[in-house]
Write a protein that binds this ligand. Structure first.
Ligand SMILES: NC(=O)c1ccc[n+]([C@@H]2O[C@H](COP(=O)([O-])OP(=O)(O)OC[C@H]3O[C@@H](n4cnc5c(N)ncnc54)[C@H](O)[C@@H]3O)[C@@H](O)[C@H]2O)c1
Length: 353
């Protein structure tokens, strides 16, 4: 039996393409990081344009004192995807990642998985690509300088996506831990970006048209206060993504035009959890689809209150799967029991004795 030809990578029903961390890294290098980010941004934008088609629900979160474990499902009617992802700010102090993830893309017609993939790398890539897509539509025209506050795992991906998609040429880095800033500066040397290390957040945002906050703290934090944010900037706030976990002072939100991914999820998890639940926000997909204006003037403060939404992971999985046949960067995983007679699962088990 063969799968739908358009979806098949092999003709054996039990085997599912598996993209390991090693495969993902090889895939990124084979394609080139900036090209990968740019093409991924195109897939993300394409799926935002067909937003209304998707099955949408706020992610299913299981909170603990230390962090959160979440499932993020969605479907466009032809394919179904979900991501397992955690967020544990204390992890990095113990030598673990704050965020790890894996995900599945499946065929809606049969329910069979089409791909199982690592998504820790892919989440960093997709989060950066989404941020850059939002900034492409919201940031001041000609923006060249971005401040990045929080120089952990996401930082370099953000910097390079903004370079590739938005034409940023300078990043101004700040972290409460100077070792994190030193690591990011080292990694970005030779990237073509001018990298400026800053000892305070105030210094980092000086002259920046875009401010990215990507800190990790499981509490209401104030990375930016109102007096730090001048007119005309675009804020890309990605670290406030859980109930009780925010980065911006509330007054900044009141001065900004706020753009979100999926309001029912962002009202729970984003910076706007600090505001009245009826506070007006615009949806990013509407800006991308030309239904709502993005940036209207030079003095406007635009805020992308990013929390990460399931369709973005779906786009990322879709992009990766489209690269597999040509690059071969996957392994076949014996994931599905496939008896010759579909009803004889028991017979298959007994024959294996
Ligand atoms: N919106 C999304 O789609 C999305 C996706 C992935 C991660 N995230 C979030 O982005 C954040 C960053 O993720 P990461 O994987 O880079 O985490 P990380 O732990 O690797 O890095 C976080 C960095 O923030 C720094 N930091 C903490 N408090 C700070 C402060 N007050 N001022 C300056 N720096 C400070 C830490 O020293 C650390 O270097 C996390 O909160 C994560 O949950 C959001």
């Amino acid at each position: 039996m063969t799968r739908t030809p358009a979806l098949a990578l092999n003709d054996t029903l039990n085997l599912v393409p598996f993209v390991s961390v090693d495969h993902m890294m090889k895939l990124v290098h084979a394609i080139g990081l900036e090209r990968f980010l740019t093409e991924l941004a195109d897939y993300i934008e394409e799926d935002f344009r067909r937003w209304e088609l998707f099955d949408k629900t706020p992610r299913v979160a299981s909170h603990s004192a230390e962090g959160v474990i979440e499932l993020m499902p969605t479907s466009d009617g032809a394919a179904y995807g979900f991501k397992y992802v955690n967020g544990h700010p204390k992890n990095s102090r113990e030598g673990r990642q704050t965020v790890t993830a894996f995900g599945v893309l499946a065929d809606v017609a049969t329910g069979y998985p089409l791909m199982l993939s690592e998504m820790t790398m892919l989440t960093a890539l997709r989060t950066a690509a989404v941020s850059a897509v939002a900034a492409k539509h919201l940031a001041p025209k000609g923006a060249r300088v971005m401040a990045i506050i929080g120089n952990g795992a996401q930082c370099e991906f953000q910097a390079l996506a903004f370079k590739a998609v938005c034409g940023i040429d300078t990043v101004r880095l700040h972290d409460i831990d100077p070792a994190a800033t030193a690591k990011s500066a080292r990694n970005l040397a030779g990237s073509g970006l001018r990298v400026v290390r800053c000892s305070t957040p105030q210094a980092a945002i000086e002259g920046a048209q875009i401010i990215t906050t990507c800190t990790a703290d499981k509490q209401y934090a104030t990375i930016l206060t109102d007096n730090m944010v001048g007119a005309g900037v675009h804020i890309n706030a990605i670290g406030g993504d859980c109930p009780g976990k925010t980065e911006l002072h509330r007054d900044i939100l009141l001065r900004s035009d706020i753009f979100v991914e999926y309001p029912p999820q962002t009202r729970i998890e984003g910076e706007i959890q600090q505001l009245d639940p009826r506070h007006p926000v615009a949806e990013l997909w509407q800006v991308i689809a030309g239904k709502v204006a993005g940036r209207k003037g030079a003095a406007q403060i635009t805020l992308f209150d990013s929390v990460g939404f399931a369709t973005e992971d779906f786009s990322a999985l879709r992009y990766v799967r489209d690269q597999l046949a040509a690059t071969g960067h996957y392994a076949d995983l014996d994931l599905l029991a496939d008896p010759d007679d579909p009803r004889d699962l028991y017979g298959m088990l007994m024959r294996a004795a």
